[in-house]
Design a protein around this ligand. Structure first.
Ligand code: BGP
Length: 458
């Protein structure tokens, strides 16, 4: 069977500033929360490795973009580092403008379309010091920052995203103690989530006002929730997980309103954030043109069986279900469930006005990948298999009328991960961090090049 994709399908990959740029304190870059956290608590990071150098893209961007071209990619998503672009005193860092201009121009020259995301977990430290997303003033700072980016780069960049996985700073920073500022407080988390959502709408408003003719959207990690069984309790638990972790941002971004059920839940739990009617109008009037969907693994849920615990969190309302016999990526421990990509596509078709979307991240992290090296090349047949099986389901969804525009792998070249440093490698391209950051394409990179050339595969 041949799997063909529509003409002009976006093929490429994604990354983020903190995970690939390096040069963490060079040319006037301010600290972000990661730089600060690493400086203060290095033991929180895998093998004590922080985001100082990552993939060294700041110095190697020309080589990397040439390689994207050589490997046939037609698009690449990256993020702008807010703490590189805007100085603590609010002025624009010209060296950062020069850097991003060079990156964008090089990409356009190589026919790799730049997709730019404005926020990928990396709050400038000077804004975290005044409360980060908890503070309404930071929302206004983000709005200004977004407008600055559109004005500086919007003449050439036509795909913009306000946030990557907006639930993650909420979940990891204010509920789960995984990211700085290590707060565990549901009410504060709701305020953070609300402000992030508002900031997204404000950025969309600024973008539309400038009439630059491109598209703007948001990237959401739409991890579908699957209940353990059809019992009332399991279904209810799965519904709450979906409501809090998916629909909170998805429905609001697409329809301009927080789901009624979510608002009721938040009220019942006495977690309502501070908000204004004007904010809600802004959210209502500034919805997305385009959706990016990150999909790695399903979320399997069962009714709460363990103790609720003293501190209220989303997991007070459901438990994660460890399904027997699930297919596992043994190198990362995550479940592999290819059909999830089809299910989420059908959900967008049927329940979200068939809004245009693309897979903005999908990928397979592998620990100790060097062991698969044969004659200098990592033979990542497992990754080829992973991509293929997901693309088959994406193809099925396309054939059933889903409005899917592209597929980006996480990630182009091996990069630094928030909590796992370089442990799990995801790239099409190997980066030898011990040897001058030499880039070497893996087998999957060549396979993907063929796929792009044929716009499909057998
Ligand atoms: C996504 C993030 C990425 C990336 C990826 C892989 O959720 O958007 O930034 O890190 O996950 O996850 P990890 O690095 O934890 O293996």
């Amino acid at each position: 069977m041949i799997y063909n994709f529509p003409k002009d399908f976006w093929w490429g990959s994604a990354s983020s500033a903190t995970q690939m740029e390096g040069a963490y304190n060079i040319d006037g870059k301010e600290k972000n929360i990661w730089d600060f956290w690493y400086e203060t608590y290095p033991h929180r990071f895998h093998n004590n490795i922080g985001p100082k150098v990552t993939s060294n893209f700041y110095y190697k961007y020309e080589e990397d973009i040439n390689l994207m071209k050589e490997l046939g990619h037609n698009s690449f998503r990256f993020s702008i580092s807010w703490s590189r672009l805007i100085k603590k005193d609010g002025s624009i860092n010209q060296k950062a403008v020069d850097f991003y201009n060079k990156v964008i121009d090089k990409m356009i020259e190589c026919k790799v379309e730049p997709f730019i995301n404005l926020y990928h977990f990396d709050m400038p430290m000077y804004l975290q010091e005044i409360g980060g997303w908890e503070n309404r003033e930071v929302v206004s700072k983000y709005q200004e920052y977004a407008k600055t980016c559109f004005s500086l780069f919007g003449d050439r960049v036509k795909k913009w995203f306000t946030h990557n996985e907006p639930i993650v700073p909420v979940e990891c920073g204010y509920l789960g103690n995984y990211h700085y500022p290590e707060v565990v407080d549901f009410k504060r988390a709701v305020q953070v989530g609300y402000h992030i959502m508002l900031s997204s709408a404000l950025a969309i408003m600024e973008y539309k006002n400038l009439k630059l003719g491109g598209q703007i959207g948001i990237i959401i990690n739409l991890t579908p929730s699957y209940p353990r069984s059809n019992s009332k309790e399991d279904l209810e638990a799965s519904n709450i997980a979906d409501l809090l972790l998916n629909r909170s941002f998805l429905d609001t971004s697409v329809f301009g309103e927080f789901p009624k059920e979510l608002v009721e839940f938040i009220k019942e739990q006495d977690l309502m954030p501070t908000y204004t009617k004007e904010d809600l109008e802004i959210i209502k009037n500034n919805t997305i043109d385009l959706l990016g969907v990150n999909y790695y693994q399903p979320r399997r849920i069962k009714a709460k069986e363990t103790e609720k615990g003293e501190v209220l969190t989303p997991e007070s309302f459901f438990d994660f279900y460890d399904m027997p016999n699930k297919k596992i990526n043994p190198h990362r421990g995550w479940e592999i469930y290819e059909k999830g990509i089809y299910d989420l596509s059908i959900n967008i078709r049927d329940n979200y006005n068939n809004i245009p979307f693309f897979i903005s991240e999908n990928g397979m992290g592998v620990e100790g990948e060097e062991k698969f090296k044969v004659e200098g090349i990592i033979e990542d047949t497992y990754r080829i298999e992973f991509i293929k099986e997901h693309l088959k389901y994406l193809n099925k969804a396309l054939n059933e009328g889903c409005n899917i525009k592209g597929y980006h792998l996480w990630t182009f070249m091996d990069n630094w991960s928030w909590l796992n440093a370089y442990k799990n490698r995801y790239g099409f391209v190997e980066v030898d961090i011990n040897n001058n950051f030499i880039r070497t394409p893996k087998r999957s990179a060549y396979w993907f090049r063929e796929l792009i050339k044929n716009n499909g595969f057998n």
